[in-house]
Design a protein around this ligand. Structure first.
Ligand code: ADP
Length: 262
């Protein structure tokens, strides 16, 4: 099978087991969202998929082969990872950070080839950062900085992009901006996108497939329509909610009205 798959994986931080015997398939060319309460294991699952952490049992398969068997450069060409609230080193310009995305493709001593330069230019253009290319990262707003990280992932030219809560700390306009950008990258550039999201309405609107996690286990997965229901809200988030249909997108939206015990 092409794409990314977790087979029967188990992971612990020291004594603390986060999940065991977890199976998960990421659909190629789709947007998948991992949702669940804080501490349910979403980030840890993402890091296992990205080979940042290694499961103690089971395997992660990339295009039908065990991910551990690939050289690091191959993985970096296949997958770009944006961690939560990535901090950039001070004094770096936008174009410098985006250029880092070319690292897995470079042969020489960090010299950019014409192809590298073209990929960087294109990544800046797609993320509307061309005008800001020479700016110091420290001088940008949170939303702009998040776009720079996405541009870096684009310059990396990988089929798969993994993101951990890409909209955290952004105001509503910038959240929408980032989600619409990711949507376009999926639709127009065939990127497979896997992201941890804590806003279920955002997941319902933008993801093709939602995986709901509680205590390291998949409680349910499916389309927004299959996830947005009283049972999942209660079991996964501990909330009671009302459900509506967004007249604009036709997608379900929820409005929580009370917490409840599972
Ligand atoms: P989520 O992304 O759903 O908030 P995490 O994957 O970050 O959940 O965390 C899952 C569990 O693992 C939590 O109980 C958390 O405290 C623990 N954990 C996360 N990162 C570490 C770490 N680096 N060391 C030890 N425990 C961790």
């Amino acid at each position: 099978m092409m794409g990314l798959e977790a087979k029967n994986i188990t992971f612990s931080y020291g004594e603390e087991q986060v999940f065991s015997g977890l199976d998960l398939q990421i659909l190629q060319g789709k947007i998948t969202a991992l949702v669940g309460a804080n501490g349910s294991g979403k980030s840890t699952i993402l890091k296992n998929l990205a080979r940042i952490l290694r499961p103690s049992g089971g395997t992660i398969m990339l295009d039908g082969q065990e991910i551990q068997n690939f050289p690091a450069k191959h993985i970096a060409r296949k997958m770009a990872v944006l961690s939560q609230m990535s901090e950039a080193p001070a004094g770096l310009r936008v174009s410098d950070l985006v250029a880092y995305g070319r690292y897995p493709w470079q042969k020489g001593f960090g010299l950019l080839s014409d192809e590298d330069k073209e990929k960087i230019r294109h990544a800046l253009e797609l993320t509307s950062l061309t005008e800001l290319a020479e700016r110091d990262l420290g001088s940008l707003s949170g939303g702009q900085r998040q776009r720079v990280w996405i541009a870096m992932a684009l310059a990396q030219d990988s089929e798969i992009i993994l993101l951990d809560e890409p909209t955290t700390y952004l105001d509503m306009a910038h959240q929408l901006d980032v989600m619409q950008l990711l949507s376009r990258l999926n639709a127009d550039h065939c990127k497979t996108i896997i992201m941890v999201l804590h806003d279920l309405n955002q997941a319902a609107r933008f993801a093709d497939h939602i995986i709901a996690i509680r205590q390291g286990a998949i409680i349910r997965q499916g389309s927004a329509g299959e996830i947005m229901c009283a049972e999942v809200m209660r079991d996964v988030f501990g909330i009671a909610a009302d459900f509506f249909e967004d007249p604009r997108t036709g997608k379900p939206v929820c409005i929580p009205y009370a917490t409840c015990t599972v």
